[in-house]
Design a protein around this ligand. Sequence first.
Ligand code: ADP
Ligand code: ADP
Ligand code: SF4
Ligand code: SF4
Length: 590
Amino acid sequence: MPRIAVIDYDKCNPDKCGHFLCERVCPVNRMGGEAIIIDEENYRPIIQEASCTGCGICVHKCPFNAITIVNLPEELEEGCVHRYGINAFVLYRLPVVKEGMVVGVLGPNGTGKTTAVKILSGQLIPNLCGNNDNWDNVIKAFRGNELQNYFEKLKKGEIRPIVKPQYVDLIPKAVKGKVRDLLKKADESGKFDEVVKELELENILDREIQQLSGGELQRVAIAAALLRNAHFYFFDEPSSYLDIRQRLRIAKTIRRLAESGKNVLTVEHDLALLDYMSDIIHVVYGKPGAYGIFSQPKSTRNGINEFLRGYLRDENVRFRPFEISFTKKSERKAQEGEILVQYPRLVKDYGSFRLEVEGGELYVGEVVGIVGSNGIGKTTFVKMLAGVEKPTEGEVDWSLTVSYKPQYIKTDYEGTVFDLLSKIDTSKLMSNFYKTELLNPLGIPDLYDRQVNELSGGELQRVAITACLLRDADLYLLDEPSAHLDVEQRLAVSKAIRSLMAKNEKTALIVEHDVMMVDYLSDRLIVFEGEPGKYGRALPPMGMREGMNRFLANIGITFRRDPDTGRPRANKEGSVKDREQKEMGEYYYL
Ligand code: ADP
Ligand code: ADP
Ligand code: SF4
Ligand code: SF4
């Protein structure tokens, strides 16, 4: 069996483990062998896989959980595509690339999805887990595989790849100027007018890139990719910061691109969107930071269901010890429990935008989802509750304390994650309750020694959510907590929020666009209606069924539950189910 040993050198700290503890406890070394040697120059241990017996003692003894040792099935050896170095991350197998199809990729962060894209887009020649540095050997290694032909063309320069990057927030650092100029420059296909209309960019063409919101940047980045003439298009998380209507719109646009004969690959963590957009999917499994394996291609429905079950049937691999299932929650009854606050009718008038909030009440222990289009006043509402914005009409005069996580997280903090969080509440960081309910499920202890300003978007999101939930408050407001998180992290965050609110008898309001997360998280919903950028109206909190029906009817989309996993699935527009449900007025929960 091939055995891989991976050391996370960010976590390894030989001075703090009592000087290379792993080397001292390794039975092979103790018998005079050399499973672990010390790289004196870099002051770190190296595990020699050929001598290691896989006993796992070093894995358990290392106080920083820096070591992973895994035995992998024999047949994977041939599929070893790239290894970043000795004891570094290993990628096995690659996704297929199919003309005319949207190939979806589903898997945790840190399992090699971006590495695969770098390879398929020609930015990285895979070393085939050895010393390879040329495409000819790659072509040889993939002989008889669907990718052989693809790599031959890539080598000859006959394939032009375009990548829509994951972190659109970084675009303003690299690109300056007006949206129109950027898109005109990208317009090799002559589809400027069509794409601008499809992605609803008409009103922001004359805006500077620097002034755009996250949702606007996302659509501009997608438009710039669509306008290019390429063969291979890769969309890395196209959903972040977009509302549901915009998500389904870009899904249709991406589908049309594939139907015109292009190769499209997309990594997406919003399952309803991935489902709606993809023709086939690959599940990526493994251990984040240590190794990742691309599954065989699967039908979209099966692939997503197998991912949720944690078991890949064709491969006969269980990669997660538990299933993720979406059971119907019992509807929370109005008038149940203690009222936290009754807020009055509120108005905020910015001149060009007016928001009216119908009064309502929030209960102790509940989680209320906030749903509605972008630009309809959700953040303004949250800011009024948080006391950041003063209402034009109505008073928010409550003695409640509020903890707020904004949608866009800024990182000018100089210091480690531990410094940042311990300034909020050291005793909570040490408490078993917070460790079990929040810190461990979100993987925060692994980040303690990292500099806040060096975290990736997903890591920063988890830290910001943790910081918000560690503060003492009566009401917690979290704006789009799912952005940049993978499916398991989204569910971990949802569970943590629900459990902290119930056990600490607090209340949370969550602005969220991922339907699965809204479904999983919320007891009730506040629905926003109106015309984005002009006026918005917030309805009082209502039950999930009524709220989802109202919200989805406004955007004309119906959802059903998958019979096996209970997950929400968007119906194709005009399908029998879509028509039936619309006739009955049941947009959700059938
Ligand atoms: P994903 O896109 O699934 O989040 P990536 O392909 O970005 O995953 O990275 C997978 C793992 O590969 C990372 O956790 C990291 O440990 C490792 N990795 C990525 N780039 C490099 C590099 N240039 N050198 C060493 N390790 C790297
Ligand atoms: P959402 O959170 O639903 O995306 P927002 O509450 O952020 O919506 O914004 C609603 C509208 O109010 C937008 O058109 C936005 O441009 C406008 N707006 C927000 N803040 C201000 C402000 N300080 N001054 C003027 N207009 C604003
Ligand atoms: Fe110490 Fe762990 Fe690093 Fe080994 S891997 S030197 S046990 S910190
Ligand atoms: Fe040594 Fe066992 Fe660790 Fe291998 S797994 S390096 S044999 S302690």
